[in-house]
Design a protein around this ligand. Structure first.
Ligand code: SF4
Length: 331
């Protein structure tokens, strides 16, 4: 479990910000939302990598760049040694099958006029996964894999609960036998009890099928439960990456510390109203200079406003980007 299978290398992504008529008349320059600002991240073969951060930190944009639903503006995404922006034709289709995305709202991506059998059969046929006479058997296997009853095959998506629809979405992703699943807020729209069932199913499938999983979520408890390693993002940048228990027991970056301090306690008697960090998240249109976190960091000093802190080692497999921390020797 050491080889990087999927890599983001200095990835940046901007989205054009629409100007008001007044801005156009005044010839004000077009602005852009800087969603990703030089993200570098390795996803190792066979691991589950959690990606966390406040809403608006760019984690969903990164997920979409990893599966090439967005093209990067700068940097590159490399899968199995190949820059995915260079893939076309059959190679692009093969990549699309090997790296699958599962969305927060499977209902919007499931054709309401098709039965589950038709949805799964279509994926099998388009990617030529099975000869025609084996498709029904494979549909039955896929339903078993995601713990749906066999009679689910002939029902339409609206006949299922949110958790069951998420299972259909997972079955469709698995139909093309991917190596990587990128799950973007997979369970955030579900009830807590259903969340646990779907997350445990994903854990089981990851182990059984040797999948590599990128699990994007804002719920730190779920991320801790499912991930081998966790990456923390702030304003379109990775600020800390560590093995899960190292990150939760010894967070090194001030933003990670604030994020964990603000996470709700499991014990309701210990719950308090806490925020991830003081102040507002700066606008991704006008990013702060230097360390992006300096406008909210309780430890900020002069250098933080001018110099971008690099990601450096904080222990085995643990990196963080903060001027306060002295690098530790690589182990
Ligand atoms: Fe805070 Fe400065 Fe460290 Fe950024 S570099 S996290 S502002 S102390």
């Amino acid at each position: 479990m050491t080889e990087p299978l999927l890599r983001a290398i200095d990835v940046s992504k901007d989205f054009a910000f629409s100007r008001s008529l007044l801005d156009v008349v005044r010839s004000k320059p077009a602005k852009a939302v800087h969603a990703l600002n030089g993200v570098s991240l390795d996803v190792k073969r066979g691991e589950t990598l959690g990606i966390v951060g406040e809403s608006g930190c760019g984690k969903s944009t990164l997920a979409r760049c990893l599966v090439r639903l967005h093209e990067c503006d700068g940097g590159r995404v490399v899968f199995n040694g190949t820059d995915i922006s260079k893939l076309s034709g059959a190679d692009r289709r093969a990549f699309n099958a090997r790296v699958q995305m599962i969305f927060q709202d499977p209902y919007s991506s499931l054709n309401p006029r098709m039965t589950v059998r038709q949805i799964l059969s279509e994926a099998l046929r388009v990617h030529k996964m099975r000869p025609a006479d084996q498709i029904d058997a494979r549909v039955a296997e896929l339903l078993d894999l995601v713990r749906l009853p066999q009679d689910a095959a002939d029902r339409h998506p609206h006949a299922f609960s949110g958790g069951q629809r998420q299972r259909i979405g997972i079955a469709r992703a698995l139909a093309v036998e991917p190596e990587v699943l990128v799950a973007d807020e997979l369970v955030s729209a579900l009830d807590v009890s259903v969340q646990a069932q779907v997350v445990n199913l994903l854990l089981e499938l990851q182990d059984r099928l040797s999948l590599t999983v990128v699990f994007v979520a804002h719920d730190l408890r779920l991320v801790r439960h499912i991930s081998h390693r966790v990456a923390v993002m702030y304003l379109g940048k990775v600020v800390e990456v560590a093995p899960t228990e190292a990150l939760f027991s010894n967070p090194r970056h001030p933003y990670t510390q604030a994020l964990l301090a603000a996470a709700p306690e499991v014990d309701p008697t210990r719950r308090t109203r806490r925020v991830a960090a003081k102040g507002e998240l700066p606008s991704p249109i006008d990013l702060p200079t230097g360390c992006l976190f300096h406008t909210r960091c309780p430890h900020a000093f002069d250098r933080c406003q001018s110099d971008v802190p690099p990601l450096t080692s904080r222990g085995p497999g643990h990196i963080a980007a903060c001027h306060l921390l002295q690098p530790e020797p690589l182990t």
